[in-house]
Design a protein around this ligand. Structure first.
Ligand code: TXA
Ligand code: MG
Length: 358
């Protein structure tokens, strides 16, 4: 299959949007820009179209997808919300939509099982990217879209990165420029709670804990049980109760991984270079005092936020820099941690997962 790349900048936007909608209507998959990372979209109400997402990514069918809505109001068409839950959801929507917050909520029957891997909940978000919004509006149905990378690999933050991941596997990539958040959306499971709304943090992301705490209590997930972990790594769960027990199927340890081994240490001293191996450093801000720059004769150094170190800048550049290091020919990458606050929590989460090999 030939993969076509269409620009969606300014005067070319309309043509790109109608082309994308045509493919979606025909039950095909299309790579689409969002403010977080590029997504691989298909009609969320058409199980046959959604199957193509799993095929193109090589993604196991027990890992559910996020659906993207065209308006805030639409949520009631796809989610089954009690009045109490709706009140909380509306507050979150007012504060964070359109934007990088995904909510896991009880689903309505109209959402096919393949989208949710048989779970009774569905993950929903409304993207803040203008092109994605236009496509959602013009298409008129929810768009199921995971990140547009091969399963387990680094999420693409540019159309070029999508092409590297999925060339020949999908018919169309809509180029809407570089993603301006650069990290996948924050995912929470929203619950009414006893006294306060409860947000179970399934994936850290651009909407940080401190933002969410204005509305409710943020609960960090328990570590996966060994049984759930095995199911995730080795095979599909046997029953839907197994799937439910996993809570967050996407919390696979090994994820966001470059082809090149990546090391993420608790402290710089834990790094013990092997003789004859070539190492690259992913530095947070390129400062000696952080303990990594002078640790070794690095062959390549990439900096996430040169100078002072700004977490927002580091987030935007993270996946791009990881790709550069991956392509640089080093034998292994060592990643420096960012400060563990705000966006740094999500950055460190991705680096930690990238360091786990399955
Ligand atoms: O920023 C993003 O969220 C991007 C853009 C394209 O929107 N999408 C994205 O999708 O990162 P994906 O599929 O790579 O990650 C979605 C995660 C998966 O780890 C999946 O397991 C989890 O969301 N998920 C989806 N539905 C769920 C559900 N009902 N319950 C728990 N986790 C769910
Ligand atoms: Mg992904």
């Amino acid at each position: 299959m030939e993969t076509e790349l269409v620009y969606a900048e300014e005067e070319m936007a309309n043509e790109a949007i109608s082309k994308a909608v045509k493919y979606l209507e025909a039950g095909d998959v299309v790579a689409l820009p969002t403010e977080t990372v590029y997504g691989l979209g298909a009609n969320a109400l058409d199980a046959d179209a959604v199957v193509k997402i799993f095929e193109a990514k090589g993604r196991p069918s027990y890992d559910p997808l996020i659906i993207h809505l065209s308006s805030r109001e639409e949520i009631h068409n796809y989610c089954d919300l009690s009045p109490e839950l709706d009140e909380i959801v509306q507050k979150l929507i007012q504060e964070f939509w359109p934007g990088p917050l995904t909510m896991v909520l009880p689903k309505k029957d109209i959402i096919p099982d393949i989208v949710t891997s048989g779970l009774p909940t569905v993950a929903v978000r409304m993207s803040g990217h203008p092109i994605m919004q236009e496509i959602c509006k013009a298409f008129g149905k929810p768009i199921a879209a995971p990140s547009a990378n091969r399963f387990g690999r680094i999420s693409p933050t540019s159309a070029g990165a999508v092409l590297k991941e999925l060339d020949g596997k999908i018919p169309l990539i809509v180029d809407g420029g570089a993603c301006n958040a650069g990290l996948e959306s924050t995912i929470i499971r929203v619950e009414v709670g006893k006294n306060n709304p409860e947000f179970h943090l399934l994936r850290a992301g651009p909407v940080v804990k401190e933002d969410l705490q204005k509305i409710g209590k943020v609960i960090r997930p328990k570590k996966l049980t060994e049984r759930a972990r095995k199911m995730l790594m080795e095979k599909a769960p046997e029953s839907s109760s197994d799937t439910e027990a996993m809570q967050a199927p996407g919390m696979l340890e090994s994820h966001y991984a470059p082809e090149t081994p990546l090391y993420f240490f608790d402290k710089p001293e834990d790094f013990k270079p092997e003789e004859g191996k070539i190492y690259g450093l992913l530095s947070y801000r390129g400062q000696d005092k952080d303990g990594y720059m002078d640790l070794h004769e690095w062959d390549v150094i990439e900096e996430l936020s040169p100078g002072k170190g700004k977490l927002a800048e580091a987030s935007v550049r993270l996946f791009h820099m990881l790709r550069l290091l991956d392509e640089s020919g080093v034998d292994a990458i060592v990643a420096e941690p960012a400060a563990e606050t705000g966006l740094g929590v999500a950055i460190n989460d991705r680096l930690r997962r990238a360091s786990q090999r399955s």
